[in-house]
Design a protein around this ligand. Structure first.
Ligand code: BT5
Length: 271
């Protein structure tokens, strides 16, 4: 098992974070490690030990950080945020987790830095056209029920994109965008607080689709969507209650996309 971490140079620690939270579920149990292969893996192992809902695993760095579809999440040590939240949602809540977490990241970034954010469907948080955070939802279903879900969030806070993310030129960090160091403690506290608030709305039967939709920069744009060997071009018209993307193809057909990769083109009417 990885080494628990006490306090980082920038003052980030789990007791300091805990002291800033007044949440019902998310973050009521925090575990902070120096390094991890992936916080997703750690969280999944903790589920087998019966950890309570809302347990958050944070690592200073990850050697095997992962994205969707087997992709890599570059996660160097120090100055960034890598965390996974263990949740036990019912099946209707599951599609809302990506909404709760991406909106919570946007709110936290905006409140701590003043930067404006937008969401590229389904899971990328962008500042302008550049990716500053990614979200990964993994869940295990059993007999029609959701056994558990793990929400993974990676935010580039203080890393230098020129140095660490040279192979991902469309990525950026909060420090790079603001020109100053950004407090991980403040960012993480607001993020978890907002995630708890939004998760509570979803659990109480509310829908997060409208609040998510307003932040989706993908809507109204010409896009190419790719899943497996399939590629479909069209205009991203809307999202449905489950978070699926509704794509209007050039032949007028409405295609419903549950996942996959979207490449943004221009906005119709723009030159
Ligand atoms: C994501 O996947 O964006 C989800 C990333 C989730 C990372 C968190 S960190 C805590 C937890 N533990 C984990 O192991 N994972 C989660 P996806 O949409 O598939 O995007 C992956 C793509 O983003 C890569 O193929 C690169 O193009 C790009 N990328 C990789 N590292 C990046 C970084 N640090 N910043 C921005 N873009 C990155």
């Amino acid at each position: 098992m990885a080494e628990p971490h006490s306090r980082s140079e920038d003052g980030f620690s789990s007791p300091a974070l805990h002291a800033r939270l007044a949440t019902r579920v998310v973050g009521r149990h925090l575990l902070h490690f120096q390094s991890a292969t992936s916080t997703m893996e750690m969280a999944r192992n903790l589920v087998t030990k019966g950890v309570p809902e809302g347990t958050v695993v944070i690592a200073e760095g990850q050697t095997g950080g992962r994205g969707r579809l087997g992709r890599q999440w570059i996660a160097p040590s120090g100055g960034n945020l890598y965390l996974s939240v263990v949740l036990y949602p019912g099946p209707p809540i599951l599609p809302q987790l990506v909404m709760a977490s991406s909106v919570a990241v946007c709110m936290a970034v905006e409140e701590t830095t003043g930067l404006l954010t937008n969401i590229k469907w389904p899971n990328d948080v962008l500042v302008g056209p550049k990716k500053v955070a990614g979200i990964l939802i993994e869940s295990v279903r059993e007999d029609g029920d959701v056994k558990y879900a793990v929400v993974g969030i990676g935010v580039n806070v203080n890393l230098d994109p020129g140095q660490s993310l040279a192979e991902v030129p469309w990525a950026t960090s909060l420090a790079h965008e603001t020109g100053r160091q950004v407090s991980r403690l403040a960012l993480a506290a607001i993020l978890l607080q907002n995630m708890d608030y939004l998760y509570d709305i979803a659990r109480s039967g509310g829908s997060l689709v409208d609040i998510w939709r307003r932040r989706l920069s993908t809507l109204g744009r010409h896009i190419s969507a790719q899943w497996g060997d399939h590629v479909q071009h069209g205009v991203a018209e809307d999202v449905d209650g489950e978070g699926n993307l509704l794509l209007r193809s050039s032949t007028g057909e409405l295609v419903r996309l549950a996942g996959g990769e979207v490449t943004l083109g221009h906005t119709p009417g723009e030159k």
